[in-house]
Structure formats: structure tokens, C-alpha cells
Ligand binder design. Structure first.
Ligand code: MG
Length: 270
């Protein structure tokens, strides 16, 4: 999404704990959605479930009001199916067997954000599609592992891109991870591919959303007529995973977790 607030902030231990509270709620929402994603459910149903859960927990959806080219975003989650990569708008569309469904969710509690995404496979898909989903997840984990104090944004980008290069996946250029805190989108931008420099050095207290977006084809994407939905130009299938992390003295800590395991393939059997 658009970086509206261009600043870097370092968080104290107690502020990180606040972000962990928001992150736990986001993990709970995605866990619940992992049970709801099935053929016949509409993307709007998933959005309503998410909104209810966040409000019941005393939170506010992060995405509502994010400025867009046409109008601010009005929904709680983004649901992006098959060749849609990110920012798909929930509505009447029904999930069908064989689809690849990426869901991005964000919540604010007590002024602090958590932001995470998972890609679900609904029923049977070709093996290369399942591999794409799993390897995008692995790239996220590799990026997180590289986010140690003293490393750089470029090290994270290289770790993420390394997984894509093993398979020849397309890696989105214009979209990537971001700083996060009291704003959902803070500096720095976290690219998923190596670019010119090493980028900013990672300091203790920096909180980042790390979010690879890979495709089975090229890296080029376009934004749809709705002003939001980002799809691959070549129609290839895409996957997207995201976690919010804090860089702490001993290394990265994932904040968008709730103690339950996220199995590698988020597969819904039909
Ligand atoms: Mg994000």
C-alpha cells in the first residue's frame, strides 16, 4: 500500500509488547479465516468475520481509511485470488475449488498495528502452484531470519529473493514490506529483491512487515479499475505471505503469532 507517513521509528520493549497484542489478534483472525476459506464462501463473508473479530477484541481494522487513488480503502481485509497478488477488495465473489487465496489482515490495538498475510490453497491445485505457496512462505521466513541487528534492509531483500531465484519466480518490484508501528506504513520500504544499495542498517527496536509477493510468471503487475487490486500482467498465479517482526538484541521476534503453529501449506481440502 501507499507509504503515507515517511518516518523511521524505533520502539521500546514495552511498545513492542503493545504491537505483540495487536499482532496476536491478527494471527487469531487469520487462524479463523483458515477455517472459513472454502468453496462457496464469499470474500465479503470473510471480511465481515474479520471485522467482527477485531471489534470484539477491542481493536480497529488497520486498512480502513488507507488512502487510494480513487477512494480510501473501506474493508478490513484484502482477499487476492489466483493472478491477483495483493489488495483485492472483498465483495460478492465466491471462492471456488482450485483457487489460491491470499488474505492480508491488519489490526490496531491501543494505537499499535499488527499486519500479516497468508496464502491458502483451496482443494486441488497443480504441484507447482502448491510449491509456489510454500516457497513464498519459506522466503518470508528467510527474510525474517536475516533481520538481525547490524544487518541491512538489503540483506533481508537478498534472503527473500534468494528463494525466488531458486525457482525462477517473478518478484514484485513496486510492492514490498515496510516499517510499522503507530502507523501501518512507516519507513523504511523493504524490497523483496536486491536493488542498488545495502539499504538502511537494522537497529534494535525497528519493527518491520516482511512480505514476499512471488508469481509463477513475470514480475510485472497492474492495478485494476477498482483502484486497488494488483494483478499479474501475464495472468500468472501469485502468492503472498507477511509477518510483522521486531528487531531485538538477540534477533528478530515475530509479533503476528498467537502460539499456534501455521502449517506450511494452508490447504483447505474440498
Ligand atoms: Mg503489509
Amino acid at each position: 500500500m501507499i507509504l503515507s507517513e515517511r518516518r523511521v521509528t524505533l520502539k521500546s520493549r514495552s511498545q513492542v509488547e503493545k504491537m505483540r497484542t495487536a499482532g496476536r489478534l491478527v494471527a487469531d483472525v487469520l487462524d479463523r479465516l483458515s477455517e472459513e476459506v472454502r468453496p462457496g464462501v464469499t470474500t465479503g463473508d470473510l471480511d465481515r468475520i474479520s471485522a467482527e473479530m477485531i471489534r470484539r477484541a477491542g481493536g480497529v481494522p488497520s486498512f480502513v481509511g488507507v488512502p487510494g487513488p480513487l477512494a480510501p480503502y473501506r474493508h478490513t481485509i484484502c482477499v487476492s485470488i489466483d493472478d491477483e497478488v495483493v489488495h483485492g477488495i472483498p465483495g460478492k465473489r465466491r471462492i471456488e475449488p482450485g483457487e489460491v487465496v491470499s488474505i492480508d489482515a491488519g489490526a490496531i490495538i491501543d494505537g499499535w498495528h499488527g499486519d500479516a498475510a497468508r496464502t491458502f490453497v483451496v482443494g486441488d491445485v497443480p504441484p507447482e502452484v502448491r510449491l509456489l505457496v510454500d516457497e513464498t512462505r519459506r522466503a518470508m521466513d528467510a527474510g525474517i531470519a536475516a533481520a538481525r541487528p547490524g544487518a541491512s534492509i538489503g540483506d533481508v531483500a537478498a534472503a527473500v529473493e534468494g528463494v525466488a531465484l531458486e525457482h525462477g519466480y517473478g518478484v514484485l518490484r513496486e510492492y514490498g514490506g515496510h516499517g510499522i508501528g503507530t502507523e501501518m506504513h512507516e519507513e523504511p520500504f523493504v524490497p523483496n529483491h536486491r536493488d542498488a544499495g545495502r539499504g538502511r542498517k537494522l537497529e534494535v527496536g525497528l519493527c518491520l512487515a516482511i512480505e514476499p509477493m512471488f508469481t509463477l510468471g513475470g514480475h510485472e503487475v497492474r492495478v485494476g479499475d477498482d483502484g486497488w487490486t494488483v494483478s499479474t500482467v501475464d495472468g500468472s498465479i501469485a502468492a503472498h505471505w507477511e509477518q510483522t517482526i521486531a528487531i531485538m538484541p538477540d534477533g528478530p521476534e515475530i509479533l503476528t503469532v498467537n502460539g499456534r503453529d501455521v502449517s506450511l501449506s494452508q490447504i483447505r481440502h474440498v
